[in-house]
Design a protein around this ligand. Sequence first.
Ligand code: EPU
Length: 436
Amino acid sequence: MIQEEVWLIEPSGPLRGDVEVRGSKNAVSKHMVAAMLGSGESTIANAPEVGEVGITAAMLEALGIHVQINGSEIRIEPGPEIRPRVPDAFTGLNRIPILMLGPLLHLAGEAFVPLVGGDPIGRRPIDFHVEALRAMGAEVEVGEGGVYAKAKRLNGARIELPYPSVGATETILMSAVLAEGKTVIKNAAMEPEVVELALFLQRMGGRIELSPDRRIVIEGVGHLRGASTWLAGDRIEAFSYLAAGLVTGGEVRVHGCAQDRLVTAITTLARMGAQFDINDEYVCATAPPAGLRSAAVQTDTHPGFMTDWQTPLMVLFTQSQGMSVLHETVFENRLVYVPALQKMGCEIEVFDQCLGGPACRYHDTNAKHSAVVRGVSKLRGADVTLPDIRAGFSGVLAAAVADGVSTLRGVHHIERGYHRPYEQFASLGLNIRRQR
Ligand code: EPU
């Protein structure tokens, strides 16, 4: 049996230094799927070395698409024969298979993908994806093991999403670019990673118009070519390392992520008292000598405070003066990691009410989606299992300021979503060791 790797972390004082972030995990895999649609080779540069890329590459290879990964560059070329079935072995690994349905329908007229996984942060339903494909004329059946779909040709349709879902918007984009006629998405997600995907599809020859009020219009074309792109820096990773510097009383300069991708994050941290040095090279945050102040923050769709920023923020709250409030409105179960932080001494209480903002979709449910956090808490090292990617990073931050050694299990989650996190943390001065 393979022994799982654990990280042992000891308190190491302020984390300081420079971090260069690569393209985002949540853009790279979607670009890899989009490249299936081109008649020639596509190249994706500035790709992060994250587990998600390996998983997506293996899925594409299984479908008959050639993938070559050379450091930060990924080359993708559809092969002569497409096998329109993502093997069952990929069940539950990530959210990518569902995005392959549309492209596979274009390439082969039919598709099977195993049921999607992803982090255990909520129900993660796929109904918006399925309904959109049906609206475009596909026959879709959701069975025990996965999703079957069939369509001779997809047709353009008017689709209004019940919530501006990132994944469902991406499914529609990748299905509509080669569909017959015009597709209109109302209430579309406008996250930077979605726009980045739309730009890549446009480079491939897609006709996509981004209109006001979350409306996207796609005119189907008959053919897409391969294209090249350079991915923009990962805003989740950038925020996470800024938080690492702040929570330890240090200073991390983050390179490779443009300021406009962090605008809400920067203002939120500045309100808490963080001081910023921002130029065209990097964004750098420092805590004032008296420490950070508490805050009330609500997560939201773009350009609001993104849900993936809330896990490092939560640790920051535990080390800020006073009571802070966090209201998670995107995923109902995103506070699933709180018990791990509580075990390390974080004083966090979760509630099913909407605290710190107007009522959200979860206001009359039992979802524990609000948290009240007391700072400054004295944290202690503990043996904890990390439930997902973003929670994993927070576990490292808590361990960095805790007294005593922490043993973190489930670190493969962190490596699925962050570019070489072990090396990055070590270079910032974290006392970290791997053990099997
Ligand atoms: N939703 C439905 N039905 C659907 C699809 C979504 O009800 O068919 C709901 C979800 O349950 C959720 C909300 O819509 O409550 C938003 O979900 P969305 O579809 O936007 O999320 P996603 O596409 O599954 C991506 C990222 C997440 C990120 C969210 C929000 C990837 C692979 N994942 O998820 O990233 O938090 O958008 O920005 O791109 C992560 O990187 O750790 C991560 C979880």
